[in-house]
Design a protein around this ligand. Sequence first.
Ligand SMILES: [Mg+2]
Length: 249
Amino acid sequence: MSADNSPISDAPPPYDTVIFDCDSTLSGIEGIEELAGDLSPRIEALTRRAMEGELPLEEVFGARLELIRPSRADLARVAEVYAKRALPNAAGLVALLRAAGKRVLVVSGGLALAVRPFAEGLGIAAGEVHAVEAYFDGAGEYRGFDEDSSLARAGGKPELLAALAEQGSLGAIALVGDGATDLEAACVTARFVAFGGVVRRASVFARARVHCTRADMAALVPLLLTRAEIDARSGDPAHGEILRGAARL
Ligand SMILES: [Mg+2]
């Protein structure tokens, strides 16, 4: 991965689109580690080196899955753990952003069969969830993954965002994520928020201009919305919990 240390640009809100990473951002787990069982020390070491930017993602992506060979049922279970370990106010933040007219996406290097149901549970449409497809046989046993997915390799997130921007109007983008693959996409966003509410990755924090260290999505409210956008929803009881949370933090 790039050793580029040039400062990344930052523009204040408003944004048209807010994009979240999934693992260690919307949810407090790494899905792949949840699947690893007895293999977890080997898997964790590979994941950490990829997210710190020491190893290109494509070197570890297929290797981890080939070790684990998750079944369809395993991925359904991970979807449940994602939801159980969702960060506080994650659904509330999605609702607030959507009420403020933002498009909300998930762009994840996780497996779609686990990420998509979790994201839908947070109020994000299935079509707005971009993750890596895995394949199964008729008995639900693992038969590989989409090796052409840009999200399974380093440099893939900015590539995907550029392609989405060409298709439709993403407008000004804010991206929230914890990992090196998120930081890579900062070049195509108006704002990148280094999310350290679950894991604080030094290499990502060092380059990011905007940081969040709270394990609560309410802390992102002032980083993603203007004062006017927040005030316009302050009387709506549907957003009372997250706005009170944001005011307390
Ligand atoms: Mg992550």
